[in-house]
Design a binder for this molecule. Structure first.
Ligand code: FE2
Length: 336
C-alpha cells in the first residue's frame, strides 16, 4: 500500500468498467432494497428497480422476491407498493400468485406446448438482516448473514425506529463516493469542520473483517454520543451508528459519472422531534460537504493533469482494500 498508486482515472470514467462492475460485483452482492416493516401484512408487496433489474418483494406467509417482469411480453407486473391477493400484469392481464406462480394467462388459446408452471415470475435470492430486506441478483450467492455477523457483534439495533429516507443525486462515479467514505477520516478535519469538532480523530481506527470495513472513532456530543461506528459492506452499503442514531447510505450508480446515495435514518424511540430535526439538519450539512468534494474529484478525474494518486498508508486502508477487492472481482469476471 505504501508503494501503490491509486487506481487510474479511467476506472472512474469508462462506461465499460461500470458495466463490468454491474455484472461482476454489484448484481452479485446483497442489496437492501426495502424494509421488512413495509411488508408486515399478508399480501403486502413492494416493487422497485436496482441497476435496471425490476424487483418485487411479496408477503405470502414468508417473504419472497421476484423479477417484476411479466413472462409474456416483459411488462412490469407490480407498480409501487400495496396489498393484493394476486399480481396482474397491466398489459395483457397475465396474473400471478404472490408465490410467483402464473395463475392465469387470459385468451392464450391454442399456444403450443405451453406449460403454465414454467412461466412463473423468476425468483431472486432474499435474506433479512436488521430492519431490511436484502436481494442478491446473482446465482447462488454466499449468505449475507455471515458477512454481517462481525457488525452485529459490535452494534445494537434495539429501540431504533425508522424516521425517514433522503436521497441525493451526485455528479460523480459511485466509487468516488465510496472512496470518500473509506479514507479513515482523513478528509473529516478539512472538509467537515463542524463534525470534526465532535470527534476524536486521533483515535480513529480502521479494521477489516471479511467483506466489511469497520471505522470506529471516539465522539463527544449529544448527537454523536461517545462512540461512532462507520461500517461499510463491500461494495456499496454504509452503516453509521452513533449516539441514539443509525443512518444508512446505499450508493447506487446511475451512470459512469453519476450516482445516487439513499440515506435512511433511524432514531432511538426516546428521541424528541426537535432532536431528530436538528440531527437531520446536521447530517444534511455533512452530506452537502461530501457532495461538493465528490463532484470536485470527478471534475479532476476528467483532467489531463491527473492519472493516479497515492494512498495515505496509516489512514486509507479501507479505501485500498476496496480497490483491491474490486480489481480482484473484475479480473475474475462474472462467474456463473
Ligand atoms: Fe465526508
Amino acid at each position: 500500500m505504501a508503494a501503490s498508486p491509486t487506481p487510474p482515472s479511467s476506472w472512474y470514467l469508462r462506461p465499460d468498467i461500470l458495466q463490468r462492475e454491474k455484472e461482476s460485483v454489484l448484481l452479485r452482492s446483497w442489496q437492501p432494497v426495502c424494509r421488512v416493516e413495509q411488508l408486515a401484512e399478508q399480501g403486502a408487496f413492494v416493487s422497485g428497480s436496482f441497476l435496471d433489474q425490476p424487483w418485487v418483494v411479496t408477503r405470502d406467509g414468508s417473504l419472497r422476491a421476484f423479477y417484476n417482469v411479466c413472462r409474456h411480453h416483459a411488462a412490469l407486473v407490480a407498480q409501487g407498493e400495496g396489498c393484493a391477493a394476486k399480481l396482474t400484469c397491466p398489459y395483457h392481464g397475465w396474473t400471478y400468485d404472490l408465490d410467483g406462480r402464473l395463475r392465469s394467462a387470459p385468451r392464450l388459446g391454442a399456444v403450443k406446448e405451453f406449460q403454465r408452471e414454467l412461466y412463473g415470475l423468476r425468483p431472486i435470492a432474499l435474506e433479512v438482516w436488521g430492519p431490511w430486506v436484502w436481494l442478491n441478483f446473482g446465482p447462488e450467492p454466499a449468505p449475507l448473514l455471515t458477512q454481517l455477523e462481525p457488525l452485529a457483534g459490535r452494534v445494537s439495533l434495539d429501540g431504533l425506529r425508522y424516521v425517514c429516507t433522503r436521497s441525493y443525486d451526485i455528479e460523480c462515479n459511485w466509487k468516488v463516493y465510496v472512496d470518500n467514505y473509506l479514507d479513515g477520516g482523513y478528509h473529516v478535519e478539512v472538509a467537515h469542520q463542524a463534525l470534526a469538532a465532535q470527534l476524536d480523530l486521533d483515535a480513529y481506527k480502521t479494521s477489516l473483517e471479511g467483506s466489511l470495513v469497520l471505522q470506529e472513532c471516539g465522539a463527544a456530543s449529544e448527537r454523536l454520543g461517545d462512540r461512532a461506528v462507520y461500517a461499510w459492506l463491500y461494495p456499496n452499503w454504509m452503516f453509521n451508528r452513533y449516539g441514539p442514531i443509525l443512518d444508512i447510505n446505499w450508493v447506487i450508480p446511475l451512470g459512469p459519472e453519476r450516482c445516487q446515495t439513499v440515506f435512511e435514518y433511524f432514531f432511538d424511540s426516546s428521541c424528541s422531534q426537535e432532536f431528530i430535526e436538528t440531527s437531520l439538519a446536521a447530517s444534511h450539512q455533512v452530506q452537502l460537504e461530501d457532495v461538493e468534494i465528490c463532484e470536485s474529484v470527478q471534475k479532476g478525474l476528467r483532467s489531463q493533469g491527473y492519472d493516479v494518486g497515492r494512498y495515505a498508508p496509516s489512514l486509507e486502508i479501507g479505501e485500498y482494500s476496496f480497490h483491491h477487492w474490486l480489481a480482484r472481482d473484475l479480473a475474475q469476471g462474472p462467474q456463473t
